[in-house]
Design a protein around this ligand. Structure first.
Ligand code: FAS
Ligand code: PHB
Length: 389
């Protein structure tokens, strides 16, 4: 079999790239090692930058997001017992869209199915070959048969644990990493959100985040130790701890109810450079990971896809390699700005082992300055709504 672009990974990056390529008449195939249902069963991001919203519209998969998504003009920082609103729209003229990654992935899968383009799920042992030569190809196994797909390019959209980055010779790759000494314990529950906007809370007991998926479905997180076990966290214990980390008005008004999803996610910052090796491109989490504090992970996948699609379009439409040659440098410039922002939000809002009383006062002073300075709030807001592509 032959295609123009072989895409490894059917998460947001792979699906978005695949749809843009299909819409431009560029042949592509998507391979994933798990099933569609498994992918749709993962609960992840919840906040979309305008850039991601625009990319979904460009892919022709934005209709349900505009119908069911929640445009948000601001969010709150809670510390020292009080809420402080960051007026995103007032400060930047832009907003974010609250719409779950699960829904976005579902919409892209539905669009791909309607386009009739091929995806292979539960493809095992997917392996990129000869991507530093003239004839790249991908092999995979399905139902006991080994398949080969010859292609012009391979897009490694297979996430942090994928095969693409690991297929690059170590000598050709430089990676940067910071692992945080805590995780996020998150729940989903069919209860109305405690507030109409997100609340990021700094508290001596640890960070908390009140988010949502709709007006009836809440997504809550609390910072937890890395060795915590989900089975040790009943819903009651989770809500008690969450309420202790929020201002009294929210703790008292919170509607609680049974969680139907509960998970612990570790936090890390990670960047692999460069993001291109011959005919192989790393896209999204395959190339970088950010702590979810800045709501950037999913949104960086969108800007990577924007740059790569622009390059591939130039290659096929104008026989120009300028765009694909510039991909890594263009993508990394925005990646590092988002990595910095996510690191700074994480550092400002979480309790570290060495924070102590002095460190807590410093964090509160930083937050107090931030919410009382238009310049500082504007800087925060423009990073949160998303820096330009
Ligand atoms: P993905 O990881 O989504 O998709 C990669 C795909 O590649 C998967 O479907 C996988 O099955 C497939 N794959 C992997 N290895 C393969 C192989 N060898 N062969 C074939 N296929 C293979 N971001 C936020 O902005 N906010 C959040 O709150 C947030 N929470 C998160 C919680 C968790 C637990 C995780 C892991 C991530 C979270 N993220 C969050 C980040 C997340 O949303 C990612 O940024 C987003 O999924 C990136 O999309 P992709 O790059 O497509 O990678
Ligand atoms: C979420 O709703 O899952 C979410 C929202 C904002 C974040 C992280 C996660 O910064």
């Amino acid at each position: 079999m032959r295609t123009q672009v072989a895409i490894i990974g059917s998460g947001p990056a792979g699906l978005l790239l695949g749809q843009l390529l299909t819409n431009a008449g560029i042949d592509n195939i998507i391979l994933d090692r798990v099933s569609k249902d498994y992918i749709l069963g993962r609960v992840r991001a919840g906040v979309l930058e305008e850039g991601m919203v625009d990319m979904l519209d460009r892919a022709g998969a934005g209709e349900r997001m505009h119908r069911e998504g929640l445009p948000h003009d601001g969010f709150s920082l809670a510390f020292d017992g009080r809420d402080h609103r960051i007026d995103l729209f007032g400060l930047t003229g832009r907003r974010v869209m609250v719409y779950g990654q699960t829904e976005l992935t579902h919409d892209l899968m539905d669009k791909r199915e309607a386009s009739g383009d091929s995806s292979v799920y539960e493809a095992t042992n997917v392996t990129p070959h000869d991507f530093d030569g003239a004839g790249p190809y991908v092999t995979y196994e399905k139902d006991g048969v080994t398949h080969r797909i010859d292609c012009d390019f391979i897009a490694g959209c297979d996430g942090y644990h994928g095969v693409s980055r690991k297929s690059v010779p170590e000598s050709a790759l430089k990676s940067y990493e910071r692992i945080y000494p805590f995780g996020w314990l998150g729940i989903l529950a069919e209860v109305p959100p405690v507030s109409h906007e997100l609340i990021y809370a700094n508290h001596p007991r640890g960070f908390a985040l009140c988010s949502m998926r709709s007006h009836t479905r809440s997504r809550y997180y609390i910072q937890c130790a890395l060795d915590e076990k989900i089975e040790d966290w009943s819903d009651d214990r989770f809500y008690d701890e969450l309420r202790r980390r929020l201002p009294a008005e929210h703790a008292e008004s919170m509607v609680t109810g049974p969680s139907f999803e509960k998970s612990i996610a570790p936090l890390r910052s990670f960047v692999a450079e460069p993001m291109r090796f011959g005919k192989l491109f790393l896209v999204g989490d395959a190339a970088h990971i950010v702590p979810p504090t800045g709501a950037k992970g999913l949104n960086l996948a969108a800007s990577d896809v924007y740059y790569l699609f622009d390059g591939l379009l130039g290659y096929y439409a104008d026989k120009s390699s300028a765009g694909i040659d510039a991909y890594s440098e263009r993508a990394l410039k925005r990646v590092w700005r988002a990595v910095r922002f996510s690191w700074s939000m994480t550092t400002m809002l979480h309790r570290f082992p060495d924070t102590g009383e002095f460190g807590q006062k410093i964090q509160e002073a930083e937050l107090d300055y931030l919410v009382s300075s238009k310049a500082a709030s504007t800087a925060l807001a423009e990073n949160y709504v998303g820096l330009p592509y």
